[in-house]
Design a protein around this ligand. Structure first.
Ligand code: RP5
Length: 174
């Protein structure tokens, strides 16, 4: 990502503003979170990807969370590793659905990230996905499912996606 503009924006086909934000705590998370980016692109969902750290840039995290709704975003995906408080901090500043993706950490292989993300005290929810790449892909698919509630074209694409997965399994020979 370029140094000055720490943001990657992918508009949908109609050039709409972002519906989904993919936020990660560090540039080092990008190798995993690019799978969320790829999945949203595959579904043609307008989104943006950027690095915001809850502890290294706390005011930016608060600013982003507080303005997310008024900017027209509908879902926030937040990925962090270690003492992973990013998703919780963003959720504290917005009522939009926040989906947390725990990053695989060096010290504890992501178990620390998982527990830190999933164990939100009652009152401020974070929907937590699996550690690493499967979580990144599923967070994007979950975001598409949420958007599909009011967008029949996305619902149709989700059905096609599931059908293709099933076809692949049915055609698998050993
Ligand atoms: C977290 O600490 C990030 O989300 C990342 O997963 C982890 C390590 O960050 P770096 O030291 O690689 O910047 O804040």
């Amino acid at each position: 990502m370029p140094k000055q503009e720490n943001k990657k924006i992918k508009s949908g086909k109609n050039g709409n503003n972002s519906l989904v934000a993919v936020i990660m705590g560090s540039q080092s998370d990008w190798d995993t979170m690019r799978h969320a980016d790829d999945t949203l692109t595959q579904f043609g969902v307008a989104h943006e990807c950027r690095v915001i750290s809850a502890h290294r840039s706390p005011s930016l995290a608060a600013e982003f969370g507080s303005s997310a709704e008024s900017r027209g975003l509908e879902v926030v995906i937040a990925a962090a590793g270690g003492a992973a408080h990013l998703a919780g901090v963003l959720a504290a500043h917005t009522t939009l659905p926040v989906l947390g993706v725990p990053m695989r950490s060096e010290a504890l292989n992501g178990l620390d990230s998982l527990l830190a993300t999933v164990q939100m005290p009652g009152g401020i929810p974070v929907g937590t996905l699996a550690i690493g790449k499967p979580g990144a892909v599923n967070a994007a698919l979950f975001a598409v499912s949420i958007l599909a509630n009011s967008r029949p074209e996305l619902r149709k694409k989700l059905h096609q996606f599931r059908d293709a997965q099933e076809k692949k399994i049915r055609e698998t020979t050993l």
